[in-house]
Design a protein around this ligand. Structure first.
Ligand SMILES: [Zn+2]
Length: 355
């Protein structure tokens, strides 16, 4: 590759997974030469883990602050916190640490990106692959946009914390992982039809992530500790893959477009991974692959598999299917340029038992 074609890959420097991995946060910051550490947390993680984090970070050479992320979207919160803090030049190496769910981690990534700082991701729920990817999402008008920020340079997956997350987040995490089954097929299709860049290595890895999760569905429901450990590992691999591919292509295809369309017509009815899971069932059918396997996996982990499960009307599911291809027109998928007709959408949703 030469000139403009240079492919740059940013990867995390350290990933720590396991029981009580959070205890390593202080050491990690010390070893990375941090002088200031800014920890962002939302209400519940702050209540549950605030004192523990204070203890873990105290007694080191660096200074630290724990800040509450409010209820607004990640971008607005990142900007509010940025204004509150004074980032003077040459004031030493500052690390942003996000402890919580998707929104807090996104706020941390956005803040780190805007100030050119390093970011450490400490997820408390195994709900989607944004915990380890360089992408953040924020609303703009009625739509949500994904954009590149920074690749987390550290990821700490504390399985004892993740394993006590509500079951729903496990279902969402599985939904965001089975999605790779169709995302990779959409990517390959776009490569074959449109000559889009396609990375065989990243595609193969994404496919193996979806395969593994389908095989592990039983363990994920029967043993939450083992399940959290499998899920967090897979979600981190998926996030890192986005860094390797330099695009969200291996992780996000027509099933994600359906979920974004559903957000638009039904106003964010369920968790990201729950909607994506339902999208994967239908897009698998369009790709002529085994949609029943996807459905069984989601049922096993008690993730939603019907419109009723996410309290969305049949009409809205059909509407979302017919507009999904317009969400990101540059992203070619099995939905094609024209998308589904209303009749085809209804048939697809009925034949896959979504409605
Ligand atoms: Zn996703």
């Amino acid at each position: 590759m030469k000139g403009k074609d240079k492919h740059v890959i940013n990867l995390p420097r350290r990933i720590i997974l396991g029981d009580d991995a959070l205890e390593e946060l202080g050491n990690c910051m010390k070893e990375a030469g941090a002088e200031n550490v800014i920890v962002l947390m939302s209400k519940t993680p702050l209540k549950l883990l605030g004192d523990r984090i204070k203890k873990i970070l105290s007694g080191n050479y660096f200074s630290f602050k724990i800040l509450l992320v409010g209820d607004r979207d990640a971008f607005s919160e990142a900007k509010r916190i940025e204004k509150m803090l004074s980032f003077k030049r040459n004031r030493g190496k500052t690390f942003i640490v996000g402890v919580g769910g998707g929104r807090v981690i996104d706020a941390g990534k956005i803040l780190a990106w805007r100030r050119g700082l390093e970011f450490a991701s400490v997820p408390t729920v195994p709900s989607h692959d944004g915990i380890a990817s360089p992408l953040a999402s924020a609303p703009k008008g009625r739509k949500r946009y994904s954009f590149y920020t920074v690749m987390p340079s550290m990821i700490i997956g504390d399985v004892s914390i993740l394993s006590v997350a509500p079951d729903r987040y496990f279902g969402s995490g599985v939904g965001d992982l089975v999605a790779k089954y169709t995302a990779v097929r959409d990517w390959r299709l776009s490569h074959l039809l449109r000559g889009e860049y396609y990375g065989e290595y990243a595609a193969g890895l994404a496919e193996s992530i979806a395969d593994r999760i389908m095989k592990c569905a039983d363990i994920i429901t029967s043993d939450k500790f083992e399940g959290a450990s499998i899920l967090i590992e897979a979600l981190i691999h998926a996030g890192v893959l986005i860094g390797i591919a330099g695009s969200s292509r291996p992780c996000s295809g027509s099933e994600h477009l359906f979920s974004h369309a559903l957000d638009l017509v039904a106003g964010y009815p369920a968790l990201h991974g729950e909607q994506v899971g339902i999208g994967t069932i239908m897009m698998s059918k369009l790709h002529n692959c085994d949609w029943t396997k996807v459905r069984e996996t989601l049922s096993t982990v008690r993730a939603p598999v019907t419109a009723k499960d996410i309290k969305v009307s049949e009409k809205k599911i059909i509407e979302a299917l017919t507009i999904a291809h317009r969400i990101r027109p540059e992203r070619y998928t099995v939905l094609g340029d024209k998308g589904l007709t209303k009749k085809a959408a209804e048939e697809l949703a009925k034949s896959t038992m979504i409605i």
